[in-house]
Design a protein around this ligand. Sequence first.
Ligand SMILES: Nc1ncnc2c1ncn2[C@@H]1O[C@H](COP(=O)(O)OP(=O)(O)OP(=O)(O)O)[C@@H](O)[C@H]1O
Ligand SMILES: [Mg+2]
Length: 322
Amino acid sequence: MSRIYEALQKAESERKLERREPELRIPEQSAPTAMNAAAAVAEPEETLVSARYSGDLTIDAPYSQGPPHFTGPGSLDLSIIPHRPWALSLSQLPALLERGPAVEQFRSLRSRIFELRDISPLKTILVSSGLPQEGKSFISTNLALSLARHKNSKVLLIDGDMRRYTLHQILGCESNPGLADYLAGKASITEVMQRPEPLQSPTPGATPILPNLTFIAGGNGGDKAADLSGSPRFGELIRQTTPYFDWIIVDSSPVLPVSDAVNLARSCDGVLLVARGGVTKFSVAQRAQSELKASNILGFVLNAVLEMPQVGSYYGYDSTKQ
Ligand SMILES: Nc1ncnc2c1ncn2[C@@H]1O[C@H](COP(=O)(O)OP(=O)(O)OP(=O)(O)O)[C@@H](O)[C@H]1O
Ligand SMILES: [Mg+2]
């Protein structure tokens, strides 16, 4: 991990030098669909990509196989999970695009995760960061969608931030009942799960999208979130759902102000940390890693990078070449 920090630190100091600013901030986005994302996980010298995303949102549905068939050795009857209407916030979901730099970045992140899975078992990934607003929810949701689009993988996306749960807003669905209700013993696993009703692409005649994504919203943990996140019921949830899914992605709260993510991480195979380009300080990234030292940290995702840092052997993704 030291190479990752070296890279982050070096990139930060180079940007400071370039712009001659004591602190770097990302400029406000000029339009709702203007988005910059960069993804790197582990060994960023080889994997860091940076590109701008802006463009028309067109979704070609790649799925024509119909709804996934959930079977498994466990005791859950996933056929009873309700299908609910979702209204995706497409501007926050570049992973749904067919092409373009942003979708390439999430594919790149996905590939790195596949490589890590080849080395050791990896199915449940918690996404966290040091502080609020670094892009945890953005990365978790788009990573889950990117994984779900790969060979119709079955993906469970869990909003593990029971204080500032936002994934239901990105997906445009209900937030209750959710994880907090399950952890408090007020609902069963299948009662807090939901799937989208067949979603139609804006393109006329398109086939449904996302039939293989299952979602657990945050529910409202409020001031009980810390206690709830420490409940053994979360481990039970992961254990029971694991046989039915190829991937389980868990969004979480920032690790420095509250301990929830550290608690949830104990039941996950790995942790992906997010650092926001031009915002996350090296010391914050370092402390975030330290808080999660008992977990298997997979690497950092460098999010919202405007310019490609010229560090070592990094390579950049040229958004003009598609
Ligand atoms: N790569 C990106 N490009 C453009 N906007 C982004 C990017 N990443 C995140 N954002 C936006 O920044 C804001 C914060 O992102 P997000 O909610 O994912 O952060 P978070 O770390 O989950 O925050 P919190 O700790 O409050 O839950 C959101 O409005 C999101 O749409
Ligand atoms: Mg969030």
